[in-house]
Ligand binder design. Structure first.
Ligand code: S3P
Length: 165
């Protein structure tokens, strides 16, 4: 029998993709980055989706990508930072996967994303991003099965997750 997917959630910069890849390797499981999947399906990168189609369409594509979780049995899946802020998304994910929240504080996340081309980072001031972090944090906490401290380096975070499986 295949094992449930492991879905990593948390704010931009908490390490979902980096830790997810390392965790998948450590567990000999396949890895899927939902943002890459969305970009592949849309035929354009995420910043272009936001610019050309708008955030609402991106969220729709994100919902659809999360809808394929049942076919991702056994995968380690990195979600996008906004995915777990919508009830239908977290309900679908919690039913089909083990959801692990990578808990890193705002300064840690901000430092990692401030120079990136993420659309939400580009359009926000640091204060607006911090407010977004504060509004999302309780949702990540409430809608996960496990929480790990994501401030250490990825190998340590991988070990922490493995200890919780
Ligand atoms: C978003 C986070 C991004 C990506 C998109 C929107 C968000 O993913 O899904 O730019 O709303 O927080 P990462 O968390 O992997 O950066």
């Amino acid at each position: 029998m295949q094992e449930r997917a492991i879905v990593l959630s948390g704010f931009m910069g908490c390490g979902k993709t980096t830790v997810g890849k390392a965790l998948a390797e450590a567990l000999s499981r396949p890895f899927c980055d939902l943002d890459d999947e969305i970009a592949r399906r849309a035929g354009m990168p995420i910043p272009r989706i936001f610019d050309a189609l708008g955030e609402d369409i991106f969220r729709q594509l994100e919902r659809e990508a999360l809808g394929s979780l049942p076919s991702l049995e056994g995968f380690v899946v990195a979600s996008g930072g906004g995915a777990f802020t919508f009830p239908d998304n977290w309900e679908a994910a919690k039913e089909h996967a083990l959801v692990v929240f990578l808990d890193a504080d705002f300064p840690t996340c901000y430092h990692r994303v401030k120079d990136s081309d993420r659309p939400i980072v580009r359009r926000s001031t640091p204060l607006q991003l911090e407010e977004l972090f504060r509004s999302r944090y309780p949702l990540y906490q409430a809608h996960c099965h496990r929480t790990v401290d994501a401030s250490p380096l990825p190998p340590q975070v991988v070990s922490s997750i493995r200890a919780l499986l």
